[in-house]
Design a protein around this ligand. Sequence first.
Ligand SMILES: *Cc1c(COP(=O)(O)O)cnc(C)c1O
Length: 241
Amino acid sequence: MDINNAGCGLDLSERVAEIRRRIEAAAKRAGRDPSDITLLAVTKTHGAQTIRQAIKAGLFLFGENYIQEARDKILALRDEETSARWHFIGHLQRNKAKIATELFDCIETLDSIRLADALDRHARDAGKTMPVFCQVNLAHEGQKAGVSSTALKDLIQRIMDLPNLRLDGLMMLPPYNPDPEKTREWFKGLRELRDNLEAELGLKGCLKELSMGMSHDYEVAIEEGATIVRVGTALFGPRNV
Ligand SMILES: *Cc1c(COP(=O)(O)O)cnc(C)c1O
């Protein structure tokens, strides 16, 4: 799909239908059950009204990158809509861990032991068990958030000791390449890393979620095992900011 043309002539429900068709086709190519893949709509920069339309179009899982921006939308929609679930997919500072715990249903970007400890404490205070994913920086990109593959094992073992966190899987934002085939190796690498760690740590089947793939490469990500694809532009068109 030409993502730069997303939106031209199509309304949101048609775009959702088209993406669902592509998800299903990619799953079938890989011999996977399409119902094992969830479309997460990335709504950063888009207002509550767009999210209402997305809910009408059948979407229920949303991703936000910034606490402040997300807060207004989540609180506005919380009163009127109970089906929406929210994943935090941005970089989380420890001083925002408390509000993130209150607002979100899952933190996909846990990447340090200090942050894990803070989230565990706030989850306990809020009386909830917080689902988390570890964000992995497989390519060791200097500026990018995420735990390195070498430090991941220690982080996972720490999370396993924290009673108020539940580790559900891994998330990755691979080096950007406009050609999705060039990203295939990173997607495959995250799946293999997950499989190896599950075996080594005796966690078979525990890290079931792999959040990877965006508008331009989600089909390849699904072929390599993604269970959550995070799609913004292909649903809502280009962001202006
Ligand atoms: C913005 C964002 C996306 C969505 O990107 P698109 O190319 O618009 O689909 C996915 N994941 C993360 C972490 C993001 O920040």
